[in-house]
Design a protein around this ligand. Structure first.
Ligand SMILES: Cc1cc2nc3c(=O)[nH]c(=O)nc-3n(C[C@H](O)[C@H](O)[C@H](O)COP(=O)(O)O)c2cc1C
Length: 160
C-alpha cells in the first residue's frame, strides 16, 4: 500500500504534523502550493484573516500551482489549518480538481480551538466514493511543541 501526505500550510504548523506523519508512515510528502502565495508573516495576521474571509465569502477556488499525482497512492493523508471554521478554500480546489474515488483519505488539521470544525464530515460529503478515516485535529501550540506522540497514537488507532 502506497501512502501520500498532502498538506497546505501557511504558518508551518500543519507542515510539522505532515512531516511527522510522513516520517512515521514512510509516506511521500507533497505540499499543496498556492499559485498566489499567502502572507506567512504572523505579524500580518489581520490582513491574512481578511483575505481568507473574502475568499471564503465569495466561494473562491484559489489555484494550485503544482501538479499533484495521486494516481499511484492508496492512502492519502490530507492536512490543512482551520480557516474561518472550515478548511481553506484551496482545499475545495483540491477536491474539485482531483478524483479521490476508491482512495482512502485520512484527514488532519491544525487549529486554535475549533477542532476539525466539521471538515472531516465535509470531506465525506465532497468525496462520497472515497473511504474517509477518523482524522487528527492538532492544536497549533501542540503542533509546535512536537506532535510525535499524538500522531503515533492516532496512526495506531486508525490501523497504520
Ligand atoms: C485566516 C485564518 C483563519 C483562522 N480561523 C480559525 C478558525 O476558524 N478556528 C480555529 O480554531 N483556528 C483558526 N485559525 C488558526 C489556525 O488554524 C492555526 O493558526 C493553524 O495552526 C495554522 O496552520 P498553519 O501553521 O499550517 O498555517 C485561523 C488562522 C488564520 C490565518
Amino acid at each position: 500500500m502506497k501512502n501520500l501526505v498532502l498538506y497546505f500550510s501557511v504558518y508551518g504548523t500543519a507542515k510539522i504534523v505532515a512531516e511527522e506523519i510522513a516520517k512515521q508512515t514512510g509516506a511521500e510528502l507533497v505540499e499543496i502550493e498556492p499559485a498566489v502565495p499567502y502572507d506567512s508573516n504572523r505579524d500580518h495576521y489581520n490582513a491574512l484573516a481578511a483575505y481568507a474571509k473574502k475568499e471564503h465569502d465569495e466561494d473562491q477556488r484559489p489555484a494550485i500551482k503544482n501538479d499533484i499525482d495521486i494516481s499511484g497512492y492508496d492512502n492519502i493523508f490530507i492536512g490543512y489549518p482551520m480557516w474561518w471554521y472550515t478548511f481553506p478554500m484551496i482545499i475545495y480546489t483540491l477536491f474539485d480538481k482531483y478524483d479521490f474515488a476508491g482512495k482512502t483519505i485520512i484527514p488532519f488539521n491544525t487549529h486554535m480551538g475549533s477542532g476539525d470544525g466539521g471538515t472531516y464530515k465535509t470531506i465525506r460529503e465532497l468525496e462520497p466514493n472515497a473511504k474517509v478515516l477518523e482524522g487528527l485535529p492538532v492544536e497549533m501550540k501542540a503542533a509546535e511543541n512536537g506532535p510525535e506522540k499524538a500522531v503515533s497514537r492516532w496512526l495506531k488507532n486508525t490501523g497504520f
